[in-house]
Design a protein around this ligand. Structure first.
Ligand SMILES: Cc1cc2nc3c(=O)[nH]c(=O)nc-3n(C[C@H](O)[C@H](O)[C@H](O)COP(=O)(O)OP(=O)(O)OC[C@H]3O[C@@H](n4cnc5c(N)ncnc54)[C@H](O)[C@@H]3O)c2cc1C
Length: 489
């Protein structure tokens, strides 16, 4: 095998897997054909003014994901090279050091990532190096699903119908069986030195207890979910007390599994066992929302910062640090909101129904800008995803594409009673209310004194009273909305 050939750099980003990784597959094909060496690289981007660098929980996940990817690549024969800095500069110096002829990568979502890719492309092409980005993160490339009048979809259902009428997404490719390493080893930084995991204080105990990052864990979780739980997904997905969803979102956010793998595996499972079919379709429809948000972000690069509905630019938001803090810490006095925010803080994840409830509470009951919620989620979610986070926050606020109308204000008591009827979810994350009977668990301040005493709940001392009265807050939100409606029209 010749190893004096110019190597290919495979630049990993949010595609931390070996299977169904088009950039890696292309490089592995070259290895298999003529022994071209392959150098896998991950670049830690330090700053560069990008407001959407990974938050705390994502950094924790990234460490585990890179650790596992590193081991897997080592087994294939070509170790992962870790470097820090501006990607264009780092890749230029790697080209210089190794004589690489090409850089292969998979596209990343987000306006700063796209701008960065353009810069990298320009600088490397000027040196005669080929740069080839692929699609690993989506079922279809953004821009390929459009309305009949060739405009982007703004409403989900027709987008989903159009997606379903496309040719099936390509079948996922297998992980390569081996890679040729470069003739001379390439120096790498040490993952341990990157400080991605917290030490003092070490706040990640709950994350460690809950999650196993990496491609293998993602594959196992998908298999487990499709082996049974998916059957009741359509009816259970809104129940935070039942853990009825796939919890694949962090694996998807880091690209440890790709949507095409999920798509084909779910369709295959449904074809084998008909009782899974309706659950599998409902599950894929949610993956369709992910696709919708990502396609929209490509068309609307300001989505993470600016409301799509321009009237909301002048919305009379409130600045209230103490209410924001109570929301972040799960001390609002509304048990379903507090359970969700504490689930997020403890495990880096929150059930989708509860994300909608806490989002509505922040935006409508507290009148705090959705961007504050988006930023907090960005820092604390292990599945933080720029398109899904921005798209969903705008959706909850009523200013995004196909959004819930602003005047639909979730009542946190009724939502709790409907989706956590026995209060089991609240009991899990708000232990100071654990002994309250279900009848009062979503409204402890209305419980008779004797009930509270028996349950050992001292309001104000163990658990706060509501920081706002929902009825009054709802009226205030509608008045604020009425104001922009009239002033913006
Ligand atoms: C305010 C708010 C912020 C959110 N921020 C994020 C985020 O940063 N990252 C993120 O991945 N999701 C986000 N979501 C969407 C959703 O809550 C999560 O994707 C879902 O809870 C993940 O759990 P799961 O993997 O068990 O989902 P499942 O129900 O098993 O769904 C499978 C997959 O479909 C996708 N999906 C499911 N629901 C949605 C949705 N509403 N929008 C887009 N894609 C969806 C996800 O990739 C998910 O992993 C947010 C939702 C809200 C209301």
């Amino acid at each position: 095998m010749k190893t004096d050939q110019a190597p290919i750099l495979v630049w990993f980003r949010t595609d931390l897997r070996l299977a169904d990784n088009p950039a890696l597959t292309a490089a592995a094909t070259a290895t298999a054909q003529d022994g071209t060496p392959v150098i896998p690289v991950y670049i830690r981007e330090e700053d560069g003014g990008d407001p959407w660098l990974p938050g705390g929980a994502s950094r924790w996940w990234l460490h585990g994901s890179l650790e596992r990817l590193g081991k897997a690549l080592e087994t294939l024969g070509s170790p992962l090279v870790l470097r820090s800095g501006d990607p264009a500069t780092v890749l230029e110096s790697l080209v210089e050091e190794t004589g690489a002829q090409a850089v292969l990568c998979n596209r990343r979502a987000g306006p700063s990532a796209i701008a960065r890719d353009r810069r990298v492309g320009k600088r490397l092409t000027a040196r005669g190096v080929t740069v080839h980005p692929h699609n690993a993160a989506l079922l279809y490339e953004p821009g390929t699903i459009r309305t009949k009048s060739d405009t982007p979809f703004r409403v989900f259902t027709p987008f989903w119908k159009a997606l379903l009428s496309m040719p099936e997404p390509p079948r996922p490719t297998r992980a390569p069986s081996g890679l040729t390493p470069p003739a001379k080893p390439v120096s790498s930084e040490s993952l341990k030195d990157w400080g991605l995991r917290p030490t003092a204080p070490d706040w990640a105990g709950g994350l460690r207890a809950r999650w196993t990052p990496g491609e293998e864990a993602a594959r196992e979780r998908l298999a487990e979910f499709l082996d049974g739980p998916v059957a009741v997904y359509a009816t259970e997905r809104d129940r935070p007390d039942h853990d009825g969803t796939s919890t694949l979102s962090p694996h998807l956010a880091f690209g440890e599994i790709g949507p095409r793998q999920i798509w084909h595996a779910a369709r295959h499972a449904a074809a084998q066992r008909h009782e899974l079919a309706s659950g599998a379709e409902a599950f894929l429809r949610e993956l369709g929302w992910r696709e919708f948000n990502h396609h929209m972000l490509r068309e609307e690069p300001d989505l993470p910062d600016t409301p799509l509905d321009a009237r909301f630019v002048h919305f009379p938001w409130r600045k209230d640090e103490s209410a924001l803090h109570a929301w972040q810490r799960g001390r609002t006095g509304y048990p379903i909101v507090d359970a969700g925010m504490r689930q997020l803080w403890r495990t880096g994840w929150m059930h989708n129904r509860v994300r909608m409830i806490v989002g509505s509470f922040l935006i409508k009951d507290l009148l705090i800008p959705w961007q504050e919620g988006e930023a907090w989620f960005w820092d604390t979610l292990v599945d933080a995803d720029i398109a899904n986070n921005a798209g969903n926050w705008q959706w909850v606020a009523g200013c995004g594409a196909d959004a819930a109308p602003f005047f639909r204000v979730f009542n946190p008591i009724l939502q709790g009673e409907k989706f956590d009827p026995e209060g089991d979810y609240v009991r899990r994350f708000v232990p100071e209310l654990a002994k309250l009977p279900s009848r009062w668990i979503h409204k402890p301040w209305q419980a008779p004194d004797g009930v509270l005493r028996e349950a050992g709940v001292r309001l104000d001392r163990d658990y706060p009273r509501p920081i706002v009265d929902h009825g009054a807050a709802r009226d205030r939100a509608l008045a604020a909305f009425g104001h922009i409606k009239t002033s913006g029209d």
